[in-house]
Design a protein around this ligand. Sequence first.
Ligand code: NAD
Length: 295
Amino acid sequence: MATIGFIGLGNMGLPMAKNLVKAGHEVLGFDASPDILHEAKLADIITCATAADAAAEAEALITMLPNGEILLSVMEEVLPVTPKGALLIDCSTVDVDSAKTFHSQAKAAGLGSIDAPVSGGIGGAEGGTLTFMIGGSETDCKRANPYLHIMGAKQVRCGEGSAGQAAKICNNMLLATTMIGVGEAFSLGKKLGLDPQALYDVMSTSSGSCWSINTYCPVPGVGPTSPADNDYKPGFASSLMIKDASLAQVAADSSGQATPMGSRALELYKEFAAQSDEDMDFSGIITWLETLNRG
Ligand code: NAD
């Protein structure tokens, strides 16, 4: 069993670290919040006073942090003390440029590294059913496999360093656009007097079918159970969708690719969150779309 450092024990990180402990690994954890450290201690995570302490003995060091800036500031602290040859596994969702810096700094420090952002949310973190989208060398991906296997159900290697982050933001940019499209279709259907169940039966089996209809239908009482059936409690909060859609636009700017639907989707999510509630599940945008009148 390995000694694993884990930095960032928030909504996602703590249940992921708990699963590693349950599987028999020794986990040394650090979080900036003392309350969270207290909770981690109760779950048999060995809590540390600093990020450097969590890294100093680690064979693998996992990070699950809010953004790229924080990731790189934590790296500054841990890189000098992490044992040579250890593997860094960053599971945070960060911008592609920060992910590239993370990999080059790891290499310069003699460490292996993968970026492995996740989908599956808090439920997936608790149940150990996350999907990891991975960027890094084949060797490092293989080395990470036994740990990721405990925390998740699926691993997809997307390419070399930062490819995991790139895949994650492309997927979530698409999700932002499809959820708005689905919300618009149901809103128009309602104005035209259609029964939403009949419209669901058509769209979920026709050329418009997609995950936002078939798996995560934003209309209460229609389709499989989704946050719409629980007053739009997340799920995946609109604030997180705005974060990911913004990262996609940063990547679109730096790569020079036009993404007219992706940029409009981000604007709409920002308007919705400002006028409604950024803690509402992202599928709740349908409730705001229904209030809009044609100008
Ligand atoms: P969170 O805010 O609950 O957790 C982040 C943790 O990092 C917090 O506990 C915070 O105290 C800690 N932290 C901040 N700065 C730190 C520092 N310098 N040193 C140590 N700890 C520090 O966020 P989360 O929901 O757990 O998300 C974590 C990452 O996973 C994010 O990048 C997010 O985009 C991504 N993600 C989240 C979800 C989700 O459903 N919550 C789904 C997929 C991906």
